[in-house]
Design a protein around this ligand. Structure first.
Ligand code: PLP
Length: 392
């Protein structure tokens, strides 16, 4: 594997330059979108610059992979067609009988691929509360091969102590993977804390403009890279060149966008917490968050996701989400535009009510993906939603 091109400077600088060089043919400053499936060879099995076929490698995707590796302080990155495409390749690395310890508060699609696809293939899963490192330690068995964490989680913004859990896993000879989609490498770098693999849905903050679907696996160990690159090619989930270009366009402004996401979310979380119609706010940046101290230690700021519980239950939540005008009612997150969704009636509606409540997901829960619009416009929009909730 080549070392990362232009891997110099601080985060903001590398976000713009790492992995990218002007085009050797004509000096184009931006990495071209190499829309080609195949590459001319100089002699049989002598590819000109290492490229043979775009499922295996493509120069636009290579530029993105190096860019992502640089941002996560890693040696390598691999880009996939979606976040779940990356999860699929990671899980395909394990064998029937292997056991995986995962959080009990995962992204729904991750839980689905674990239980509906890989359990059928003979992998075994234990789902535990990863807020508690001891619960992870207790779940590790002789056949455990992977600890899979998400932090912060969706939609309750719970944290896992990456350093503590990765140390427990390492002692047991177990790999640790962290889904870093919510935090992004601008706020949290799991490999620096001891994790072995970082997973991203590039669809969210890294793309940042709600116009592309993609995923990535990122790490340092060369043996792991070889295994996962083999699966990227042989299972065929690699990301396309246009998608790679769009994500790179996104990562260039990641630092700027995240600063504003965090600023806006911090202000709105405090506003909601002081409001009489609001029962509770979940945001790692609030002193009232049970793991605020861990958030301060593990993250450089607290992200753009905020959830809160409205008094008045499902009706109030639904009225809020229908009345807002800037906060668009939609699933997904991490784009420049603000979105709102109501987990009890949308993303988590399939979970039985008692199970959902027992997990802390109350009826009036509303989730905001706070965008980078002007914060006063967002506050006025929240007031519009709260007024509708009060009438519900
Ligand atoms: C969206 C998401 C995924 C899945 O990514 P896709 O790009 O939608 O396949 C995985 N993890 C988290 C935390 C997500 O938000």
């Amino acid at each position: 594997m080549d070392t990362i091109r232009n891997n110099h400077g601080r985060f903001e600088t590398r976000a713009i330059h790492a992995g990218q060089v002007s085009d050797p043919n004509n000096g184009a400053v931006m990495t071209p979108v190499y829309l080609t499936s195949t590459f001319e060879q100089d002699a049989p099995a002598v590819p000109r610059q290492g490229y043979e076929y775009s499922r295996t490698t493509n120069p636009t995707r290579t530029a993105l992979e190096q860019n992502l590796a640089s941002l996560e302080s890693a040696a390598w990155g691999l880009a996939f067609a979606s976040g779940l495409g990356a999860t699929n390749a990671l899980l395909a690395r394990f064998s029937p009988g292997d056991h995986i310890v995962a959080g009990n508060d995962l992204y729904g699609g991750t839980y689905r691929i674990f239980t509906k696809v890989f359990e059928r293939m003979g992998l075994r899963f234990s789902f535990v509360d990863t807020r508690d490192p001891d619960a992870v330690a207790a779940a590790i068995e002789t056949d455990t091969a992977l600890v899979y964490l998400e932090t912060p989680t969706n939609p309750l913004l719970r944290l896992a102590d990456i350093g503590a859990i990765a140390a427990i896993a390492k002692q047991a000879g177990v790999l640790t993977a962290v889904d870093n989609t919510f935090a992004t490498p601008f706020l949290q770098r799991p490999l620096e804390l001891g994790a072995d693999i970082v997973l991203h849905s590039l669809t969210k903050y890294l793309g940042g403009h709600s116009d592309v679907v993609g995923g990535a696996l990122i790490g340092n160990d060369e043996g792991l890279r070889e295994e996962l690159a083999f699966l990227q090619n042989s299972a065929g989930g690699s990301g396309g060149p246009m998608d790679a270009f769009l994500v790179m366009r996104g990562t260039k402004t990641l630092a700027l966008r995240m600063e504003r996401h965090c600023e806006n979310a911090t202000e709105l979380a405090a506003y909601l917490e002081g409001h009489g119609q609001v029962e509770r706010v979940h945001y790692p940046g609030l002193k009232s968050h049970a793991q605020h101290a861990l958030a301060q230690r593990q993250m450089s700021s607290f992200g753009g996701m905020v959830s809160f519980e409205l008094k008045g239950g499902v009706a109030a939540g639904d009225a809020f989400a229908t009345a807002t005008e800037i906060f668009t009612l939609a699933e997904s997150l991490g784009g420049v535009e603000s979105l709102v969704e109501t987990p009890p009636s949308m993303t988590h509606a399939s979970i039985p009510v008692e199970v959902r409540r027992a997990a802390g997901l109350e009826d009036g829960l509303v989730r905001l993906s706070v965008g980078i619009e002007h914060v006063e416009d967002l506050r006025a929009d929240i007031d519009r939603g709260l007024a509708a909730a009060a009438r519900a």
